[in-house]
Design a protein around this ligand. Structure first.
Ligand code: NAD
Length: 275
């Protein structure tokens, strides 16, 4: 289903770890649609993941960068502009990690060093990416930045832990920076709030399998998968959405606006009452 939607566009894609990663699927689709891009991930993820395979498939160079490190990010933008022969048109921020989730700390009793790390990796990194790009004047006018988020920023999903707080901050940075970058350079910034998706980051959340089934039953269209998410990301990178900015856009099969569904009622042994 290639339509040259991103023909001539250049970009940077953060966060492809393995073929389940949302960023991996975005890279595959962006390549199909004619984009040229650089892939990046934290140095440790480059050692452990399979990103080289993706790079070869997409003809993309790989530049290591820890998204919590300003020097790494500065170098990333400089090298990307060298490799791509100019400024970029799109950036995907597909980064998330909570040491509290990993170490199974309860939300009410976290390790606060871990809490800092969650915020730094999962939210402040977007600010760092945008600030670095702005200083280097690395994004073309009408360029598009997309970050991935989850509805736990608005509503409580207890096992999402401190990632919920990180996503709330991520969405706030999207609005605040979206204002400043819009005024300065007409760069737009949005978050996509994605259905639960079986990836390394997603599966790390306690009870993920059950939750996936619950969300599937709650969503009139069912859960949106990673491939569908990639399609939505591409639409935001394209010129068809030039006036969309500072938004949190739900990509969840209708989950966010469904109060109750017949299927979830049946799951808890209800839903037969005809009265
Ligand atoms: N999977 C889901 O259910 C789901 C739902 C909604 C939103 N999201 C969000 O989608 C995004 C991508 O996650 P995913 O589900 O594809 O999982 P994933 O584990 O494949 O991707 C997360 C990526 O973050 C990278 N990362 C971690 N620390 C980093 C650092 N310091 N610097 C640079 N990169 C770093 C990892 O290496 C990995 O590539 C995340 O923001 C996640 O919160 C996921």
């Amino acid at each position: 289903m290639a339509n040259d939607l991103l023909k001539g566009k250049k970009g940077i894609i953060f966060g492809a770890l393995d073929e389940r990663s949302i960023a991996w699927k975005v890279a595959e689709r962006a390549h199909e649609e004619g984009a040229q891009f650089v892939l990046t991930n934290a140095p440790i993820a480059l050692r452990m993941g399979k990103i080289k395979e993706l790079g070869e498939k997409c003809g993309a160079e790989i530049i290591p960068a820890d998204a919590t490190n300003n020097e790494d990010l500065t170098q990333l933008f400089e090298k990307s502009m060298e490799i791509l022969g100019g400024k970029v048109d799109f950036v995907l921020h597909s980064i998330g990690m909570s040491p509290n989730v990993r170490k199974k700390k309860h939300y009410t009793d976290p390790n606060y060093d871990f809490y800092h790390k969650t915020m730094d990796i999962s939210a402040m990194s977007l600010h760092r990416v945008l600030s670095t790009a702005m200083k280097a004047d690395a994004i073309n006018e009408w360029g598009s930045v997309v970050a991935l988020t989850y509805i736990a920023a608005q509503r409580v999903f207890p096992d999402y832990n401190d990632m919920a707080d990180a996503k709330a901050l991520l969405e706030s940075i999207t609005r605040s920076f979206g204002y400043h970058y819009g005024v300065a350079k007409k760069v737009r910034i949005n978050t996509i709030s994605q259905s639960p998706t079986p990836t390394t980051a997603g599966s790390g959340v306690k009870g993920f399998g059950d939750f996936l089934a619950y969300a599937e039953a709650m969503s009139p269209l069912g859960n949106a998968d990673g491939g569908a998410c990639a399609d939505y990301v591409l639409s935001l990178f394209s010129d068809l959405t030039r006036y969309v900015t500072m938004q949190n856009l739900f990509h969840d099969g209708g989950f966010s606006f469904t109060g109750v569904s017949q299927k979830t009622m049946e799951m808890v042994g209800l839903g037969q009452d005809e009265g």
